[in-house]
Write a protein that binds this ligand. Sequence first.
Ligand code: HEM
Length: 474
Amino acid sequence: KLHVPWEPGLPLVGNYGRVLLQTAAIQNIYRDIYRKHPDKPFVGIYKFRKPALLVRDPDLAKNILTRDFSSFHDNALDVDSKLDPLLALNPFFLRGEQWKRTRAQLVPAFSSGRLRQLLQPIHDVTRELISYVRAESPAALPDGLDVKELAAKFTTEVVSSVAFGVRANSFRDPDAEIRRMGRRIMQADAWNNFLFTISFFLPTLRGLLRVSFMPKEVDRFFRKLVGEAVRHREETGVERNDFLQLLLGLKQKAQEQGDEYGNEEITAHAITFFSDGFETSSVALSFLLHDLAGSAAAQRRLREELGRLPADDHEAVLRMPFLDACLMESLRLHPPAGFLEKRCTSAYALALPGGGTAQLPAGVDVVLPVLAWHSDPALFPDPHAFRPERFLEEGGAGPRGAFVPFGDGPRQCIGMRFAQMQVKMGAAALVRAFELRRTPRSPADPVQQDPKNFLAAALGGLWLHFEPVDAAAA
Ligand code: HEM
């Protein structure tokens, strides 16, 4: 109806056949459609039976996320609040005024002052990380170490301590409970991928099958964990400098004003911090280590940069230009969230390629193909090469709308600076202590995406050798 170019699909499944068959990840399907329609600002697609607009033009995407946010203020992924009550309170899924209020309440948790207070706890976890890698002696293992699991242990440990005020013990205990719960939500397998697809894209089927995205065991575990921590603090008056304390402050303030802010909200937001914070960051850290292992020159340059810093100045790591460029380049190559989906919330005038405009009606979903932009040679020359220097060059980060690993605008990732902090501190500690090397089991570049994962994930995993720096130099 809008006279836009269309990507033909199949009856019922539209362009999502390969998603259902689990032969391609959603972000790769969007990338393929993007490539088939060069020079078009947008392409019509079918998300199963629902028509949607895939935006190709980064400038239009930038406007959707920023200037014209009032017409696209909700994310398009649906969640059923009866089946997934805790997930439904995650800011990512909240809508309209409820989103605005919750976002404003949570923003102080990520202020510069609060993040500074996390430097020491994160540093403590990096020391455990280094001891763990030394003890495992991965240089002696033919396949090396499973880096995805290593990074997940690290971020689970950091996030648990910062969110709930507890240690997950994931380095010492292979069956540590919090790590086990993390695996249950995020493990890339056919069942989890199916759950993701029906939970967020096929609300009718989800309603018929009555399945929740969050397994009941995980729901029960976190309710108990947070409930006990809240009770302990309320009974003893103990205060800690963590996210849970901020949530307890919100509860107290709400009670003073006669508003509702119950344990359900506290539990939900503590889980948000965990679920949104550990897996995305561990994906980012594991790919950063993989990319660095492929470039001895980048590791050398990082070690030189690190060598110039005082050893006890943890904050200085966050200001290292080359480390920052390495992380940005790795996020460009492997954006953990390879697509964004926004819902048009009020009619929007679209400039048509042939001239004139068309009204995009409220209710239509708009897909922003992040992975497609990040790997487009017209936006990033030699797109599959790990070339951190491009982020130190003028204009190297591409046009604004085209490099969006954390989204943009009022709904940009609320945990962006915290994520960068934990990833940079983890990577810096490892590069200082070890020479990272690929192993026969490491995937070749460009890394192939695991079709069963909706976040970036390497098919077959990421594996590395870690050789102590002194030994490597000898
Ligand atoms: C490298 C790690 C991370 C990446 C790549 C990432 C990426 C993203 C992206 C792309 C969005 C959507 C932005 C948009 O719609 O414009 C988002 C939203 C969000 N992220 Fe992150 N994220 C990361 C880490 C974190 C961490 C550590 C936390 C919390 C501790 C977090 C919490 C959230 C929340 C709550 C939202 C929803 C924000 C809203 O809708 O207002 N993320 N993230």
